[in-house]
Write a protein that binds this ligand. Structure first.
Ligand SMILES: [Fe+2]
Ligand SMILES: [Fe+2]
Length: 220
């Protein structure tokens, strides 16, 4: 992978999202999420499972960084990313459409841009990926929601919604909380990534429940 190209694209992505805020994650969250998913992909491709696979590393890492680019279109005049505001299509389909606008400044090979866009479009939940790069990014993206870091999203979300620790507890124990994570863990494509997600989820569960314990004074 051309490191200069990757560095330039990181700077481009940062400029797009650093002043954007969202309920679950606060300011610049989307930028950091993109960089994390890219870093996870860099590590995942080194797993023995991928030793004999043909993987386009450039397409993988650039698509990983830009996988949520479609969300830029849902930023309102206050800099807020309004979830779901993608003009009737998924943020993945929208992202695949608008990504060339940003990538063409740095990448001259049309074939590479087309492949990156295909991979971004294949991030849509109802699309069955045709490329191994798409599956790796889907797993890396999912993994980013399984650990202690997710507490940051929950806390900022609760704050923006004027909720307190009890609000967080309701979320964690409700349909969108713990149960959803447990049922979604079957969606990981690669057992090696799933194993890390399970380890992270144990930590998240422990940290979250310790917080509730303290809140109720149950540790005394
Ligand atoms: Fe996404
Ligand atoms: Fe994502």
């Amino acid at each position: 992978m051309n490191q200069d190209l990757l560095s330039n694209l990181i700077v481009e992505y940062k400029q797009l999202f650093e002043n954007v805020w969202e309920f679950g994650g606060g300011y610049g969250f989307r930028y950091h999420h993109g960089v994390r998913v890219m870093k996870y992909c860099q590590k995942i491709v080194k797993f023995p499972r991928f030793k004999n696979e043909t993987i386009n590393i450039d397409a993988l890492l650039i698509a990983a960084l830009f996988h949520d680019i479609g969300k830029i279109e849902a930023v309102n005049e206050n800099g807020q990313l309004v979830y779901g505001n993608y003009g009737g299509v998924s943020h993945d389909a929208l992202g695949a459409k608008i990504a060339p606008k940003y990538l063409e400044k740095y990448i001259k090979e049309k074939e590479l841009i087309d492949l990156i866009c295909l991979i971004i479009s294949e991030q849509e939940s109802k699309v069955t990926p045709t490329r191994i790069e798409s599956k790796i990014i889907k797993d890396a993206d999912r993994l980013d929601h399984y650990g202690v870091l997710h507490l940051w999203c929950s806390i900022t979300y609760a704050n923006y919604n004027n909720k307190n620790v009890e609000g967080l507890k309701e979320f964690w124990e409700g349909e969108e909380g713990k149960k959803k994570y447990e049922s979604n863990s079957s969606k990981f494509y690669f057992p090696g990534v799933k194993a890390i997600a399970e380890k992270r989820f144990k930590n998240l569960t422990q940290a979250t429940e310790l917080m509730f314990k303290e809140d109720d004074g149950l540790d005394l």
